[in-house]
Design a protein around this ligand. Structure first.
Ligand code: PGA
Length: 244
C-alpha cells in the first residue's frame, strides 16, 4: 500500500484527478469505480477543469458508481445519480450509456444488485476503483460487520451513514433511506488499482485504524492493506494520527 500525504485537502483531491487523467491518457477505455460524498467533490471539479483544457478524455471510459440509496429514483435530487450528473457527468464527454449507477428505484433491489454485478462483469471488472472512507470505516456502503458482501448487494445503513447524508434529504436523517445498493468488497478489491482519498481531521482516527490497525471487517477500509496496488491519498489533517 502506498500512502501519499498532501498539505491540503484540495491538493490531495487534485492529485487523484491528475492520476486519473494520466491513466485515461495511457488507457482511454478504462473502467472506473467512482465514489460520491463531500471528499471527492474537489477531485471531480479538477477532472472537469482538466477535461476543459483537453487533458482528460472520457470518450471511451466506462464508470460504475459504488452505491445508491434504495427507494430513491435516479432523478431524485438526493440520489447519487444526480450527484454524479452535477459534479461530473454533465461536464465531461462520458458516453451516458457508459455511466452506471445502481437504480435505487428498481422494483426489486436484489435483482438490481445482481444486474449491476453482471454489468460490471460484462465490462471486464474495474481497472481503477476510487473510494472514500466513512467515519465508521465503510467503503461504498459496506458497513462494519462480521462478514462483508463480496458482490453488489442490498445493505442496511448504519445510523452514522444516514446522518452524514441527511443534507441531501432536507436535513432530516429520518428521510435518508435505511437501505442502499452497494458494490461489494470483493468487486472493489478485484480492481487493478484502488485509490482511497480521505481528507480532513474528522477522518484522522478512522484512517489510523484502517491503515495502522489490524485487517478486520469491522473496519472495511482496512481490507485495502491486503490489496497489491492500493494508493492512499490523504491531506495532512487526515494523516495526523498515522504512526508509520
Ligand atoms: P464523505 O463520505 O466524503 O462525505 O466523508 C465518504 C464515504 O462515506 O465514503
Amino acid at each position: 500500500m502506498q500512502i501519499v500525504i498532501h498539505p491540503t485537502a484540495r491538493g490531495a483531491a487534485e492529485a487523484v484527478a491528475w492520476f486519473l487523467a494520466d491513466c485515461l491518457y495511457e488507457d482511454p477505455g478504462l473502467v472506473l469505480g467512482l465514489p460520491t460524498g463531500r471528499t471527492p467533490v474537489a477531485m471531480y471539479r479538477e477532472l472537469v477543469r482538466l477535461h476543459r483544457r483537453g487533458r482528460a478524455d472520457f470518450s471511451r471510459a466506462t464508470t460504475f458508481n459504488l452505491d445508491e440509496f434504495v427507494g430513491v429514483a435516479p432523478d431524485h435530487p438526493g440520489s447519487y445519480r444526480q450527484f454524479m450528473t452535477r459534479h461530473l457527468f454533465a461536464d465531461v464527454n462520458l458516453d451516458p450509456t457508459q455511466t452506471h449507477v445502481p437504480n435505487g428505484d428498481a422494483p426489486s433491489p436484489r435483482a438490481e444488485a445482481a444486474r449491476y454485478d453482471a454489468e460490471i462483469a460484462a465490462a471486464g471488472g474495474l481497472d481503477i476503483a476510487v473510494v472514500g472512507i466513512g467515519a465508521n470505516g465503510h467503503i461504498g456502503f459496506n458497513e462494519p460487520a462480521r462478514t462483508l458482501p463480496s458482490h453488489t448487494s442490498v445493505v442496511r445503513l448504519k445510523p452514522s451513514s444516514r446522518r452524514s447524508n441527511a443534507k441531501s434529504f432536507g436535513g432530516s436523517t429520518r428521510r435518508v433511506p435505511a437501505r442502499a445498493i452497494s458494490m461489494g468488497m470483493g468487486t472493489i478489491l478485484s480492481a487493478r488499482h484502488v485509490i482511497l482519498l480521505a481528507t480532513g481531521s474528522e477522518k484522522a482516527e478512522i484512517v489510523r485504524k484502517a491503515l495502522n490497525g489490524p485487517i478486520t471487517t469491522m473496519v472495511p477500509a482496512s481490507l485495502l492493506q491486503g490489496h497489491p496496488k492500493a494508493l492512499v491519498v490523504l491531506d495532512r489533517a487526515a494523516a495526523r494520527r498515522l504512526t508509520s
